[in-house]
Design a protein around this ligand. Sequence first.
Ligand code: PEP
Length: 264
Amino acid sequence: MASKYVMNKLLGVYIMARKPIIAGNWKMNNNKAESKALIEELLPLVKDAQCDVVICTPFTDLWTAVDLTKGSNIHVGAQNVHWAEKGAFTGEISAKMLVELGVEYVIIGHSERRQYFGETDATVNARVKAALAAGLKPIICVGETLEEREAGKVEEVLVRQTKGALADLSKDDIDNFVIAYEPVWAIGTGRTATADVANDTIAIIRRTLGEIFCPKCAERIRIQYGGSMNPKNVKELMAQPEIDGGLIGGASLKAVDFSQVVNY
Ligand code: PEP
């Protein structure tokens, strides 16, 4: 039986050990009016979702998103956070500022930030610690490039990124963050990792989480797949024992597409 299910001895049935979580990453898209329209269309479409539903909007849309989703099952996330509490960091946003707005989640270490904005394992770790300390739930992105996969370095890269991102965390933190495995070659390319490859690679991450915390702890941590996940491939990906959800880019910008992923 798949590891994301556990036997409930009292009921004699297998139940989900980890609640799936589907998060949309809007990236740098949608102004206020577009956000409002998208959220209003989405709300009724996902109201019966069996998974946790998150939308990660640009900073400028967070207030609108928090306001429109109040009392609903949609949670709101940001796409980055600074590690300092406050100070001379022009253009940055602190974890406390996000919490005060009503934001619950934050994407940290997305490959686009690593690629274009100099994000490193050390800065990812600093942001993760600041987010957790403020009560935000980080969605921590890891993933190899095509060159790294072709060079046989997948395990080396993922172990380094995972250990780097989670340095100094304790077992008390394990229910408060999510890992997103996003192979860089599958993001925005329409090229999805096959369900088998995604599952096997996530198993490497879970094994690493077991080494960092403990094997039983690792069984509790949710790991998403991200990279061209859409209504057509979601079922097969979500059927994999190691895949606990998705981080969705392109398909999260259309309410119907995102709702079909959420309601897989
Ligand atoms: C992403 O940006 O995190 C992502 C997975 O994008 P897409 O779904 O468009 O590949």
